[in-house]
Design a protein around this ligand. Structure first.
Ligand SMILES: Cc1cc2nc3c(=O)[nH]c(=O)nc-3n(C[C@H](O)[C@H](O)[C@H](O)COP(=O)(O)OP(=O)(O)OC[C@H]3O[C@@H](n4cnc5c(N)ncnc54)[C@H](O)[C@@H]3O)c2cc1C
Length: 379
């Protein structure tokens, strides 16, 4: 006999942990299965930026605004300090085309009530006096947020556990049993479980896990590297990134751009060297960390001699249309997925609640139809 749950969640990153919290909060009997440890996928690899700058008009920005509102009170709700703070973001701009693009984006952010402005070179130097910004036309600034990503994941996981959810780490899902349109059991090396609803929130691995159930979703991912330095006295006031990040990483199979911020403990978080390949790589490359260090020293030569403590590789999952997949899989009564989010940290508190509602049979408001996984199924 299989152990029976109302909901089983596959994957213990931000998304799986947050949905577990919301479902358990509704009084459902929840089991979360994580192949390794909680947060060991992309969630623990990430920079902790609660992104706002890149929010597209429409649904994305609506979710960002709701997410920011929720984040302001989430530590109290989850009774856990995940080092939430408001932090400015500056995108450094090299070309006229990006200057125009970001001028329009800043106007859009302002129209949503987000503090944002374009910085000319003098304002840029004033904002970040330790950076050498010759060669840049200026920057686009806006107010975002930052948190400790591992603690964010644990905050949801602990909240879920407090509400009665069972969280099993080191228990990979190996297969599913199916009768017609229903998944009847989930198999792991340690057990066989059944549930009213199953959610696959396995990040870059979601396509592979769904395939075990006979469902298809074309999830791809890049390997993205980051590293941290020893703690330093205050040197950076913002997260500083490049307006041409996406061009840089899309123009070459192996590319280095720069995003850097100073964490609450004084260490620098430095990202990203990106390899475009479907092969999920666990180890860091030989070219990535030196490439990121060189980019950083070009921008901040006074950091020469700062010691790096650790570099790692994480996955950035995406779908062909660069939109998330959220909802029930076509052809299944009780199989759901939630993966490939945009601006994940900012939107997770809202989307996780909406997904929990969908699994309980509710229609989400706002509608998430645009993210329906059935858009990839050809008629
Ligand atoms: C270097 C880097 C920097 C980033 N910076 C930011 C940032 O600043 N802000 C931001 O919002 N986003 C950032 N991101 C993106 C963000 O990290 C991801 O969008 C987010 O972590 C995805 O969460 P998830 O829960 O979907 O996936 P994951 O965190 O990857 O969780 C999926 C989990 O599923 C588990 N799993 C896989 N297969 C199985 C199986 N068979 N059985 C059970 N479990 C399984 C994995 O072990 C994993 O723990 C960054 C990403 C990278 C790589």
């Amino acid at each position: 006999m299989a152990d029976v749950y109302d909901a089983i969640i596959v994957g213990g990153g931000f998304i799986g942990s947050a949905v577990a919290y919301h479902l358990a909060h509704r009084g459902l009997k929840v089991l979360l299965l994580e192949a390794r440890s909680l947060g060991s996928g992309s969630s623990g690899a990430c920079g902790g930026r609660a992104q706002v700058a890149e929010g597209h008009p429409g649904l994305h920005m609506d979710l960002v605004m709701l997410g920011l509102e929720r984040l302001a009170n989430l530590e109290a709700e989850l009774a856990y300090d995940f080092e939430w703070r408001r932090l400015g973001n500056i995108m450094l701009i090299r070309t006229q085309a990006h200057w125009q693009e970001w001028t329009a984006q800043v106007a859009h952010l302002q129209s949503r009530g987000i503090p944002a402005e374009m910085l000319d070179p003098a304002a840029l130097r004033e904002a970040e006096p330790d950076l050498i910004v010759e060669g840049y036309l200026g920057g686009a600034w806006c107010l975002e947020g930052h948190l400790n990503p591992m603690k964010y994941c644990w905050a949801f996981a602990r909240g879920a556990r407090r509400q009665g959810a069972l969280l099993h780490a080191q228990e990979p899902v190996l297969g599913f049993e199916r009768e017609g349109q229903r998944l009847t059991a989930v198999r792991t090396p340690l057990g066989r479980y059944s549930a009213g609803a199953v959610l696959v929130a396995a990040g870059a691995w979601s396509g592979r896990v769904l395939a075990l159930a006979g469902a298809a979703l074309p999830v791809r991912s890049t390997n993205a590297e980051a590293m941290v330095s020893e703690p330093l006295p205050p040197v950076l006031r913002h997260h500083v990134g490049m307006a041409d990040f996406y061009e840089t990483i899309h123009n070459s199979p192996q590319a280095v751009s720069l995003g850097v911020l100073q964490m609450a403990n004084g260490g620098l978080y430095i990202s990203e060297s990106v390899e475009m390949t479907d092969r999920i790589r666990e180890l860091t490359s030989i070219w990535g960390p030196p490439g990121m260090a060189a980019e950083l020293l070009r921008l901040a030569p006074r950091l020469q001699g700062v010691r790096l403590l650790r570099a790692w590789t994480g996955q950035s999952p995406f779908l062909p249309d660069a939109q998330p997949a959220i909802g029930r899989l076509p052809g299944f009564d009780n199989l759901f997925t939630a993966t490939c989010f945009h601006l994940t940290i900012t939107t997770t508190p809202i989307l996780a609640g909406l997904i929990a509602g969908m699994m309980a049979g509710e229609s989400p408001v706002p509608s998430l139809e645009a993210f329906d996984p059935s858009r990839f199924i050809r008629n």
